[in-house]
Design a protein around this ligand. Structure first.
Ligand code: FES
Ligand code: FES
Length: 156
């Protein structure tokens, strides 16, 4: 049975009527028109649907939208402020870290969670933080360079 929930996404409060079991990914994309998070596998195996829940990167495909109401949710769309890109977004563009771009939103979200906690990650720590994110185009080397560059920008 549909349920009315309050959910905070990208700093804005929303009231939405949803099936309580419906994944957060569908709520974000279909109810709130936030298409940053992507559907890839639907079973927590690819990372394309990553969002921040209270700052931690989590796959939105396996979390019921109703369960996410207790968190502050941030999607890719919430990273830029006043039309200024987040340094991670800038670095991904500068390093040309996307080929098809399907994994990019999830990669940036995982990188954001990492760099919020650890301002100077080692290569190994970057690889570990991105291990739940798959890139089928094989742009991993550029993605890691982009995260390194973003860390350098944020430490200036
Ligand atoms: S769609 Fe969520 S992890 Fe793949
Ligand atoms: S750029 Fe295509 S899946 Fe990563």
């Amino acid at each position: 049975m549909a349920e009315l929930i309050n959910i905070k996404v990208n700093g804005k409060n929303h009231r939405v009527t949803v099936d309580p079991e419906m994944p957060l990914l569908y709520l974000l994309r279909n109810n709130l028109q936030l298409n940053g998070p992507k559907y890839g596998c639907g079973i927590e195996r690819c990372g394309s649907c990553m969002v921040l829940l209270n700052g931690k990167a989590q796959p939105s495909c396996v979390i019921p939208g109703s369960a996410a109401a207790v968190y502050e949710v941030t999607t890719l769309e919430g990273l830029s402020k006043n039309n200024v890109l987040d340094p991670i977004q800038e670095a991904f563009i500068e390093e040309q870290a996307a080929q098809c771009g399907y994994c990019t939103s999830g990669m940036i979200i995982s990188a954001k969670a990492l760099l919020t906690e650890n301002k100077n990650p080692t290569d190994q720590e970057i690889r570990q933080a991105l291990q739940r994110n798959l890139c089928r185009c094989g742009t991993h080397t550029r993605i890691i360079s982009a995260v390194q560059k973003a860390a350098a920008k944020m430490n200036k």
